[in-house]
Structure formats: C-alpha cells, structure tokens
Design a protein around this ligand. Structure first.
Ligand code: FES
Ligand code: FE
Length: 376
C-alpha cells in the first residue's frame, strides 16, 4: 500500500490515528480482503451446528463463498462453492444438508463426495481423464467446538497465532462442552476497523455504557484495562458483590467448575482473535462475537451466547439477564460506531487522534499496518 500514515510525535499526548481514507476507500477495502481477510483464520460456527454427515453451512467473505460440511467419517471439510466443470455455484441456501452424501451441481449435475472428489458426470465418461477435478479445498480447523477456515492455501498462519493474549487464557472454561443458547446477527453502517477500535477502548464507556460502568468501576474511569494507567488503584474486575455481566449483576447459573478464584471474581476474561472474533468468558456464560466486513462502510456482526448444557437443562434456567445486558452494550456501541463512520466523511477530516486511554488502538493499528505492508 502506498498510504502514508501520519508520523507520531512522542512528546504529544495525542497520537495520530489512521488516515480517513483507510475507512472509506473501496480500493483499500479490496486490498484488505486480499491482505487480511483472505489470509487469516475466520470463525464459521460451532461444530454442533453440523451434527450429521452432509450437514453444511456457507460462509461468505468478500466475493468468496465457502461450503463447510461434515464428511462420512465425522471430519469437517471446507470447499470453495464452485463447480470444477464451468464454475457454477454449488449451493445457495446459507445452510442445509447434502442428500445421500453427494454435493450435486445445480447446472449440469456433476456430483461430488463430502470429501470433494468428483464422483459422477451425467452423459459423460471421464474415467480416462487424468485431471484432478476435486472441489477446491479450503483449510478448516476446529478449536474447542469452534470451526475456523482460512482461504490462504500456503499454511503461513497457524490458527491461534493472532489470539491475544492467547488460546490458553480460556483453558479453565469448558468451551467445547458449551451449547449455543442464543445468537444475534446485525449489520453496522461502519468500517470493520471502527468496530474493533471502539471495542478496544473504554474512553467512551462513562458516556455510552452507564449500566456497564456500574458493574466495572475501571470502565467508569474510562479505562478498558488497568495496564493503561500504572497509577490506577482500580483492578480490571467487576465491582464487589457483582457476579457476572447481567442486568441483575447476579450470575445466571453456578460458576464453571474449573475456574480459579481469580477468574471467578474478575467477572470477565477477554480473548481477541484478530481480525475476526473476540470471546468474553464470564463465570457462568461465554459470549463470542465475530466480525465480517461487507464493504468499506458496512460490517456484519454475529454474537453468540454459550451456556453449560447442565444449566440449560434446568427447568428454572433463565438466560435473559445475560442476553439482555450484553445486547444493550452491543446496541450502545453500534450507535457510536455508526456516528463515527458518518463523521469521518467530512471533507477536511484527514485523520483523528488517539488519547492515552486509547493505547490499545495503537497496537491494533500496528498489527493492521503490518498486514497491509504500510510503512510507519
Ligand atoms: Fe457444474 Fe456444469 S458447472 S456441472
Ligand atoms: Fe463500548
């Protein structure tokens, strides 16, 4: 990229943010697809969304459509949604089942196995052709019940490499056993980086999230983490007496059994998997949010609430306080995400500034520049 980013002046309280065109320009968006989204691991769904062989879900990123299915041996496989004959799309419904274990092209009805091998070609004998006409494979891996795919064929990035602070931070949560209790998808009229930037700071929290600030005193002080201010006496935990992120402050079920005392009393443990997902683990439930860009100024968000199957089986289980609370926070953030996008289109706006409370955005921008080959 030939985008010049503003130089930082270390003596200044305000550091430059990214140039406005990186949030607005459709050409930059295409470059981001190629340099980031077609190269990094992307969350697809939970393994229990594909219970039987032949069940599939489609994932779309940019102009790429990917089929993720379960084969006869129980393995999860992913393929480009493109026939090897003349390239027709193979399936259109966002999810479904391939009957009799065959992926049949709707155009001339070439048929493929759930491992992608070409098995049948009507009115045609290809037994003497020595071409590999299997479906184009896509790398696909599961981690603790989550399925991820990566369009890069080169093996260059291993799953979890962009996890911050790392997959191990969730070791004590029984993530693979949890069940999807609720999900919520919506589109935001903003660039995907605006969503991340807002997620990464709590400078906005006192004004935008009054309820959340009652739960977490650090956020009321406009800090997203105690790392940002060595002098703060506030810990990165919920207030005393608060058990979880719910409308009542009470947990919706007993804590996951293997959590340490500190993990329980912290009330929240975060893990980011750049560029596409973050996971927030509470003592009683997990919320995971994934992000897919749709255009320079449009982003699809998908939030999922995961609960323990034992808790869900109880007659008196009521997850509403957990779902309602985090939906409210998502809504509050959605509002400012869209305000932010609208404002940066102002003709004289070249770039904004980062305050010390927004230190984690600078780290995100460094990661972004490295992906995009933008020199500082
Ligand atoms: Fe699929 Fe012809 S394009 S069978
Ligand atoms: Fe927020």
């Amino acid at each position: 990229a030939n985008t010049n980013t503003p130089k930082s002046d270390k003596s200044s309280v305000l550091q430059p943010s990214l140039p406005a065109e990186l949030y607005l320009d459709p050409v930059v968006y295409q470059e981001e697809l190629r340099n980031i989204w077609y190269r990094q691991w992307l969350y697809v769904g939970r393994t229990d969304q594909l219970p039987r062989p032949g069940d599939y879900i489609l994932q779309t990123i940019g102009d790429q459509s990917i089929i993720v299915t379960r084969n006869e041996d129980g393995g999860i496989r992913a393929f480009h949604n493109s026939c090897r004959h003349r390239g027709s799309v193979l399936c259109q419904a966002p999810q479904g089942q391939f009957r009799q274990g065959r992926i049949i092209c709707p155009y001339h009805r070439w048929g493929y196995s759930l491992n992608g091998e070409l098995l049948s070609t009507p009115f045609l004998d290809l037994s003497n052709e020595n071409k590999n006409l299997s479906l184009y494979p896509v790398r696909c891996q599961s981690w603790r019940g989550n399925i991820y795919l990566n369009l890069d064929t080169s093996d260059s990035v291993e799953l979890g490499k962009t996890a911050d602070p790392g997959f191990t931070v969730l070791n004590n949560w029984p993530l693979e056993q949890l069940k999807l209790g609720h999900s919520h998808q919506f589109e935001l009229a903003c660039n995907w980086k605006i969503f991340w930037e807002n997620y990464l700071e709590c400078y906005h929290c006192p004004g935008i999230h009054p309820e959340l600030c009652k739960l977490v005193p650090l956020y009321k002080a406009a800090l997203s983490t105690d790392r940002l201010d060595p002098d703060t006496e506030l810990a990165d935990t919920v207030a005393s007496g608060i058990e979880s992120w719910t409308t009542t402050g009470k947990a919706i079920s007993s804590p996951f059994p293997d959590l340490s005392e500190a993990e329980c009393s912290a009330g929240h443990t975060f893990m980011e998997l750049y560029p596409n997902q973050y996971i927030v683990a509470h003592s009683d439930y997990i919320r995971q949010v994934s992000i897919i860009p749709l255009a320079a100024d449009r982003t699809r968000i998908s939030a999922e609430w995961l609960f323990s199957p034992e808790a869900m089986a109880r007659a008196d289980f009521d997850p509403t306080p957990a779902i309602a609370f985090s939906k409210q926070v998502l809504d509050e953030d959605a509002m400012v995400n869209e305000l932010n996008q609208r404002g940066i289109t102002a003709l004289p706006h070249q770039q904004g500034y980062l305050t010390p409370q927004e230190g984690d955005l600078a780290l995100f921008h460094q990661r972004y520049k490295a992906w995009m080959d933008i020199l500082d």
